[in-house]
Design a protein around this ligand. Structure first.
Ligand code: PLP
Length: 359
């Protein structure tokens, strides 16, 4: 098994800057904020060249030097791939605007970019000797956690809000998690996971409550920059729930600039939320650095129904520093956009003999 040099020096509280040792199991910092992984970027920059990547498999593990996993035996693979960037030509001409590209993250194992974060979180958990992981989820994160844990031989507990889409619940159970439906929202389920830590001896894998999912989501930014020839787009529009992806991409661009692979240009980061659950948008509009708990969250976009995000200030900082913005869209607009992107049609249940071409 090929080993790679690793460059993690320590972890750092994203709020206070207090440092924590690497190679130990961590949750939130003492200040109750997410921990960020820090690297010796000088050494990293000397150890790898852009051209080294060309020879590596087209998967996010190609960025191993940028990732915290020390030993290759802890890498957990389920057929990851570099996701394609698809031009949205029709939409572009309808809007008569500049180039619109979509990064099709649905191609990843379990069908969402949650695979990036959880592949790295599970690999790190394996490396640090964790045998049981738990998380609250609106669906996609739970499926990815269950799949990677099953592959790694780690027991998984997943708690979903009871109105999580059935298809997601089934998927999580099929992927091998002990799956529970609970009344309340994802943050209520998160409390269940937190409360159960001692009795159940599981590792709390809630969004941003462990340091490594951000590192996984960071690969979205690394991959995007590589695919664009080490350029960044002018604007990134990101559906924002807990915000791991936005925070991760932002971290990727900062690390890439530090090693001289990209310049100081940053995309304007745009956080999109649903009108029925838009705590980040509200905080953005009010000029605040922290968001309030959103009451009675409701939207058809289950993946972004997150009433409270631990990393709110990290999302808002990136949005503001990049001269981006946060915007809420209605469920009607989400539905219309989904239908036009997918050409979604109604379907019909009919007795065979009544099909019009049968008589
Ligand atoms: C989780 C999820 C999001 C939000 O991602 P975060 O990085 O957690 O903000 C958006 N869309 C889908 C489909 C998701 O599953």
């Amino acid at each position: 098994m090929k080993e790679y040099s690793t460059f993690v020096t320590h972890l750092e509280c994203s709020f206070t800057g207090k440092t924590y040792p690497a190679d130990q199991l961590h949750g939130l910092s003492e200040a109750g904020k997410p921990l960020l992984v820090r690297y010796d970027l000088d050494a990293l920059g000397k150890a790898i060249k852009k051209t080294d990547l060309v020879e590596r498999a087209p998967e996010f593990w190609r960025y191993r030097e940028f990732l915290p996993i020390r030993k290759s035996e802890n890498v957990v693979r389920l057929g990851e791939l570099m996701t394609p960037i698809l031009p949205a030509k029709k939409l572009q001409s309808e809007l008569s605007c500049g180039e619109i590209l979509m990064k099709d993250e649905g191609r990843l194992p379990t069908g969402s970019f949650k695979a990036r974060g959880l592949a790295i979180a599970v690999a790190m958990a394996k490396e640090l000797g964790v045998t049981s992981m738990a998380m609250p989820t609106n669906g996609n994160a739970g499926a990815a956690l269950a799949a990677y844990c099953s592959r790694a031989g780690i027991e998984t507990f997943v708690i979903c809000p009871e109105d999580t889409p059935r298809v997601n619940i089934e998927e999580i159970a099929f992927q091998g998690a002990k799956t529970f439906l609970a009344n309340g929202f994802i943050n209520d389920c998160g409390k269940v996971v937190g409360d159960g830590k001692e009795a159940m001896d599981w590792f709390d894998t809630s969004t941003l409550k462990e340091p490594y999912r951000i590192e996984g989501k960071k690969t979205m930014g690394l991959e995007l920059a590589e695919q664009m020839g080490w350029q960044v787009p002018d604007v990134i529009i990101y559906p924002t729930g807990g915000g791991t992806g936005l925070i991760g991409m932002w971290k990727a661009f900062n690390e890439l600039e530090a090693i001289g692979w990209i310049g100081s240009k940053r995309p304007r980061m745009v956080a999109v939320q649903a009108e029925g659950c838009a705590p980040i948008v509200k905080a953005f509009e009010e000029g605040k650095r922290h968001a309030e708990l959103w009451q009675d969250a409701a939207t058809i976009a289950a993946g972004i129904r997150v009433p409270a995000a631990v990393g709110d200030f990290l999302i808002l900082d990136a949005v503001r520093e990049s001269d981006g913005f946060a915007v809420a869209v209605s469920d009607e607009a989400i539905d219309e956009a989904t239908r036009s992107a997918l050409k979604k049609r109604e379907y019909f249940c009919v007795p065979r003999e009544l099909l019009p071409w049968q008589h």
